[in-house]
Design a protein around this ligand. Structure first.
Ligand SMILES: CC(C)(COP(=O)(O)OP(=O)(O)OC[C@H]1O[C@@H](n2cnc3c(N)ncnc32)[C@H](O)[C@@H]1OP(=O)(O)O)[C@@H](O)C(=O)NCCC(=O)NCCS
Length: 211
């Protein structure tokens, strides 16, 4: 039942084209192996936000008034409003166009940060995690993810954050493109042959596979 629900939610959000691409990605993964999960890192002072033709959007932060709207658009079933609301070290930027909420980006500087399906990631002082991020399909490619990240960065810098991490599935070209464009660089990869050499083994303090 929950899987059926997830399937319907996915179809509603991504449409039939999105669903077909997802199935193709899963089949490719099964046939040719996974491209792994790519961990990206950036110094908060070098992140640059590409300027785009501006749409009429506003950025808000999650609060008691907009938390129901966040709940409605959150897309990822593992994201829970209660994990973010009123948590001083977790921030969610929401992007809004007129009365419609069209995307969000989460940031966390509490440690460890739990990466859904992967495990716990140790964040040292001055380090934060960005993600998950989501923009409604018809609004993608307009620089809204970078815009939200820019707003999160202002808050993160105020909190003394100098280093930001995120991780993205290797076959998620849009998300990788979006973060690379801002200056994030690959720092480690799970699922690669040399994974034991990854610096991220020092940071992934427990993995979902071992728990
Ligand atoms: C990842 C995501 C948040 C990026 O948001 P965004 O606001 O579209 O980001 P950007 O505007 O920086 O666009 C990133 C790239 O997406 C690609 N893109 C453009 N239009 C697109 C569309 N309609 N659909 C998918 N990707 C598109 C482009 O390659 C673009 O790069 P470019 O500006 O160099 O052309 C968005 O694609 C999304 O919500 N995806 C589904 C959820 C997800 O995968 N989240 C990431 C995992 S945590």
């Amino acid at each position: 039942m929950p899987n059926y629900y997830k399937f319907i939610q996915y179809l509603r959000s991504e449409g039939i084209g999105g669903l077909v691409s997802k199935v193709v990605r899963i089949l490719k993964r099964k046939l040719f192996g996974s491209e792994g999960t790519i961990f990206l890192k950036a110094d908060s002072s070098i992140i640059s936000i590409p300027v785009r033709e501006n749409t009429n959007v506003r950025i808000e932060f999650l609060n008691v008034e907009n938390c129901d709207d966040f709940e409605r658009i959150k897309f990822f079933a593992h994201v829970h409003v209660s994990d973010y609301l009123a948590h001083p070290q977790r921030i969610v930027a929401l992007v809004r166009e007129c009365n419609e909420y069209i995307g969000y980006a989460c940031a966390d500087f509490s440690s460890p940060h739990t990466i859904h399906g992967l495990g716990d990631f140790r964040l040292d002082t001055g380090e934060a995690w960005i993600g998950p991020v989501f923009v409604k399909k018809q609004w993608r490619g307009k620089g809204l993810n970078p815009l939200m990240v820019a707003k999160l960065l202002n808050k993160l810098r105020e909190a003394g954050i100098h280093t930001i991490y995120t991780c993205i599935s290797g076959d998620n070209a849009a998300s990788l493109g979006s973060f690379r464009k801002m200056g994030f660089k690959e720092w480690g990869r799970l699922g690669s042959e040399s994974e034991m050499l990854n610096p991220l083994w020092k940071k992934l303090t427990s993995t979902a596979a071992s728990s």
